[in-house]
Write a protein that binds this ligand. Structure first.
Ligand SMILES: Nc1ccn([C@@H]2O[C@H](COP(=O)(O)OP(=O)(O)OP(=O)(O)O)[C@@H](O)[C@H]2O)c(=O)n1
Ligand SMILES: [Mg+2]
Length: 399
């Protein structure tokens, strides 16, 4: 049995939760991603707990809890300023729609619970003393960098088809390879992904895209045909095949979407639809649209000062990032330096606003907007100084 000494602080903080359950006569373990990540010496972002206690019993032991998914056996316990998902040992049965179990069955031992988990590297548990429970050689697979379904891969993917996306997402995050039978089962069952909600697919797709090894994972995403069953990718393999050859892996979600849209040659009018098909937020869609507009602009000509001003720092940096990923040379320092040298960098930095113009006797309306625009352009172009006096003088000369 492997024991981990010197557990990271996040586990130490959670120990009293395990102890409370154990002292009440229940079994309790850390499980899933946290155990995997501590063994890989990766940062552990949260710890999930699995226990023999029923949800009602868990709730009785702690002052503050939330019924997160009580039907599925999950209670969130608030303890020491942190929150912990505590799930009762369970199996899943009756997967009618390849998504979520129709009903869960609580079971009395950890083994049964670990058996229904997706991959051997995620089916590890750790007790209060740091002792690891490893029923499926997950530790060996961690050492060999292998993603292997627990037991029969077909069954695991029929239970929850999203697991096929999780497989390529872990490849990207961890630089792991797929075990042969697991990969074959994905090839044979990729169509099940069609049953999964786009929101859940998007979450895994973005995690894959932002993982440090996304180019390798993307190749498997294409080879297994998973790409045929996500929004707007079907039949576009030859275009998407460029992704594994990209210069860098994206590190920002906006860049990921922009790169994909550019590779797919989505027309400007259709970017909104593409982003909506993937259930992206309006804010994300707008930003990606602006990045692509700037990307096209830079490809066409050297941007003017006013175009840099209109884009703003965030979009400029994002656009440079996208160009870098695609291996398209832009003089990024020059663009950023020029932007930083602008007399004003955002509309709100203009020394005057609409009220100023109204005080001067202008009426609210379209003309006022046009005049403000004109002033802004002159200020950005350094034709007028950004001060009330200089702008006043300019307007006086116009009258
Ligand atoms: N479709 C799924 C989702 C989750 N799990 C199990 O539930 C655990 C927790 O799930 P989740 O937090 O979604 O993933 P993690 O593996 O913890 O990865 P991350 O670090 O991204 O949270 C997994 O480790 C795995 O044991 C599973 O078997 N099948
Ligand atoms: Mg997790």
């Amino acid at each position: 049995m492997i024991r981990i000494d010197n557990l990271p602080e996040i586990f130490v903080k959670a120990m009293p939760v395990l102890r409370t359950l154990e002292d009440a006569g229940f079994e309790a373990y850390f499980v899933g991603g946290s155990v995997r990540d501590v063994l890989l010496h990766r940062h552990v972002h949260d710890v999930d707990i699995t226990t023999s206690a029923y949800p009602e019993e868990v709730k009785e032991l702690f002052d503050k809890s939330i019924d997160t998914g009580i039907k599925h056996g999950t209670v969130t316990v608030l303890y020491g300023g942190e929150s912990y998902e505590i799930t009762t040992f369970r199996t899943e049965s009756g997967y009618q729609d390849f998504r979520r179990p129709d009903h869960v069955t609580f079971v009395q031992n950890l083994d049964e619970d670990l058996k229904r988990r997706d991959f051997t590297i995620n089916a590890l548990a750790m007790d209060m003393h740091g002792d690891i429970v490893d029923l499926f050689n997950g530790i060996e697979d961690l050492k060999n960098h292998i993603i292997r379904a627990v037991g029969n891969p077909e069954k695991r993917f029929h239970e929850d088809a999203l697991r096929m996306m999780r497989a390529v997402r872990f490849m990207s995050q961890l630089e792991f390879k797929l075990e042969e039978k697991t990969e074959q089962a994905i090839k044979d069952n990729h169509e099940l992904l069609k049953k999964i909600s786009v929101e859940r697919i998007r979450e895994e797709f973005v995690k894959m895209g932002l993982g440090p090894f996304s180019r390798q994972a993307f190749q498997i995403f294409l080879d297994t045909q998973l790409s045929e069953d996500v929004p707007d990718f079907a039949g576009k393999k030859d275009l998407l095949q460029v992704y594994p050859q990209l210069k860098f892996s994206p590190t920002m979600e906006t860049s990921l979407w922009a790169v994909i849209i550019i590779l797919l040659k989505v027309s400007n009018e259709n970017i909104g639809k593409f982003m909506r098909d993937w259930k992206n937020s309006n804010a994300m869609t707008e930003k990606v649209e602006q990045i692509i507009k700037m990307f096209d602009l830079i490809a066409d000509h050297v941007p003017t000062d006013y175009e840099l001003f209109e884009a703003g720092e965030d979009i400029i940096i994002n656009t440079i990032d996208v160009a870098d990923i695609l291996g398209q040379p832009v003089s990024s320092e020059a663009l950023v330096d020029r932007y930083l040298a602008l007399p004003i960098k955002t509309p709100s930095e203009l020394a005057v606003d609409g009220r100023f113009l109204i005080k001067r006797g202008m009426r609210p309306g379209a003309q006022l907007g046009r005049t403000l625009n004109q002033i802004r352009k002159k200020v950005v172009a350094c034709e007028i100084e950004n001060s009330e006096e200089a702008i006043e003088q300019y307007l006086d000369d116009l009258d």
